[in-house]
Design a protein around this ligand. Structure first.
Ligand SMILES: Cc1cc2nc3c(=O)[nH]c(=O)nc-3n(C[C@H](O)[C@H](O)[C@H](O)COP(=O)(O)OP(=O)(O)OC[C@H]3O[C@@H](n4cnc5c(N)ncnc54)[C@H](O)[C@@H]3O)c2cc1C
Length: 441
């Protein structure tokens, strides 16, 4: 059967597109490599009386209507997080009340447009600012933007951080029921509208000509290759997957080849992030650090320099985070080894016995997004000179192939859930505009 649209990937971009297209009566088939929806949104919610653990996206940054309107519609709640930041040094912890002010001072010196884009590393070296502020800006771009500083475009950072609503890093909230509940709600709505979802289908090849797309996918349940046919296809794959070597798991071949997309991808990098979530029986850190729920502490010079806390009467959770080049060091490391070194660090910093920490540890959770063949990294950023790359990646091909996913967000605010949702909705409108004309003709 020939569908109107084949959507490749059931992450937030694919789901948002399926929601719109199915509500307009088009025949939509979604092909997803994994056994679940959500992609890089992945909450573990099976703990009794405890908040969900977010292995992927955790925060709603700023006030994005793409998320807030849906949360309202689906009856999901958010909780704002504290904006406290502490730094650790040999004298212990001290609060940094001017954390954002110092970062903003650096960001306000960056120019958004002009001839001379350069790496953020080079820019930092040329700025005349207090060492402490430069250091904070460096670790913010490395951690939050997940970027290698010797690659990321200064102008792309400036575009995000100097825009009216910035990256939203200063104004964050969590979804109480877990981020995956948002994905499931959109999925259920699209299914009610008769969108078809096929899980465990790893797409391998997309053969196309104007008005026709044939997709071959490896059906992991039967171990056979299955073919699908449609008038159009919407590709929502992560940049890491689009850039992966031909023949490796998850990689996709286009026939004819898409030169223009390969060129755009040369300027888009997939950032690395490692995130470990440690659930404890009690918030032992409060004895040394008077930090509110949602507060952050920073430990410079260690493998996981950024931490935040999540606790209430039910949970006592610490999350450890490292992004950018530093995160690459963790790739392939055994999880047990990582958890051991995190506990060792906590034992030193909070002067608490290792054995006692082990006793307090309820569970730990870790996912290596870099080694996952269906993401191959955490989220995208632009390299020097790449300001137009998102638009080029997003551009439709011959009214037949369409592109969405966080890296194709046209406002430059890539790397977020709201960017993914907005890109899916944008691509759905592009498809509707063309298919409506075709049916009318
Ligand atoms: C650790 C981490 C923390 C994050 N924190 C935040 C945060 O706090 N706030 C925020 O807003 N954003 C955050 N993000 C980013 C956010 O999760 C992503 O930007 C967003 O979820 C991307 O959605 P997407 O639909 O573009 O891509 P994806 O979610 O990656 O969806 C793509 C889908 O395609 C599927 N796929 C891949 N290859 C194939 C194939 N060959 N065949 C078929 N299907 C395939 C994948 O399985 C996946 O389901 C975080 C990401 C990570 C990894």
């Amino acid at each position: 059967m020939k569908s109107d649209v084949l959507i490749i990937g059931a992450g937030m971009a694919g789901l948002a597109a399926a929601e719109v297209l199915s509500s307009r009566g088009l025949t939509v088939e979604v092909l997803e490599a994994q056994e679940r929806v959500g992609g890089r949104v992945y909450s573990l919610g099976f703990f009794r009386n405890s908040s969900p653990v977010e292995l992927g996206a955790e925060f709603v940054h700023g006030k994005p209507p793409e998320i807030l309107n849906r949360l309202k519609e689906y009856g999901l709640k958010t909780q704002s997080i504290s904006d406290q930041h502490f730094i650790y040094n040999q004298d212990g912890f001290s609060e940094m009340p001017r954390f954002w002010e110092m970062i903003d001072k650096i960001m306000s010196q960056l120019s958004i447009r002009g001839e001379n884009d350069r790496t953020f590393q080079d820019t930092l070296e040329s700025l005349d600012a207090p060492q402490e502020s430069l250091e904070l800006a460096r670790s913010f771009v490395e951690g939050f933007h997940a970027a290698d500083l010797s690659k990321i475009s200064t102008m792309s950072v400036a575009q995000v951080e100097n825009s009216p609503d910035k990256s939203g890093a200063q104004d964050a909230a969590r979804i109480c029921e877990g981020y995956s509940q948002l994905a499931h709600s959109i999925y259920r709505r699209a299914k009610r509208n008769k969108a078809g979802f096929q899980f465990h289908r790893v797409v391998k090849e997309i053969v196309w000509q104007p008005g026709n797309v044939w997709v071959s996918a490896h059906d992991l349940e039967t171990n056979h290759i299955q073919s699908f046919h449609a008038r159009t296809a919407l590709i929502t794959l992560p940049v890491g997957v689009l850039k992966s070597k031909p023949g490796t798991k998850g990689s996709i071949r286009f026939r004819p080849n898409l030169e223009m997309k390969s060129k755009a991808l040369q300027s888009i990098e997939m950032g690395s992030v490692c995130k470990a979530v440690l659930r404890f029986r009690e918030p032992f850190w409060l004895q040394k650090l008077s930090i509110r729920d949602g507060g952050f502490f920073h430990i410079p010079g260690v493998d996981f320099p950024t931490w935040w806390v999540n606790y209430d009467e039910k949970s006592a959770v610490l999350t450890a985070w490292v992004g950018g080049k530093l995160a690459e060091k963790q790739i392939g490391r055994a999880t047990g080894d990582i958890v051991d070194s995190l506990l060792e660090l906590l034992s030193d910093v909070f002067t608490i016995n290792r054995r006692e920490l082990h006793r307090l540890l309820r569970s730990w959770h870790y996912r290596d997004w870099q080694s996952d063949p269906f993401s191959r990294g955490a989220y995208s950023y632009l390299s020097v000179g790449g300001l137009e790359a998102q638009e080029k990646l997003a551009a439709p091909v011959a009214d037949t192939l369409y592109f969405a996913g966080e890296a194709t967000h046209l406002g430059g605010q890539t790397g977020t859930v709201d960017a993914a949702l907005a890109s899916g909705a944008r691509a759905a409108q592009e498809i509707l505009a063309v298919l409506k004309t075709v049916s009318a003709a």
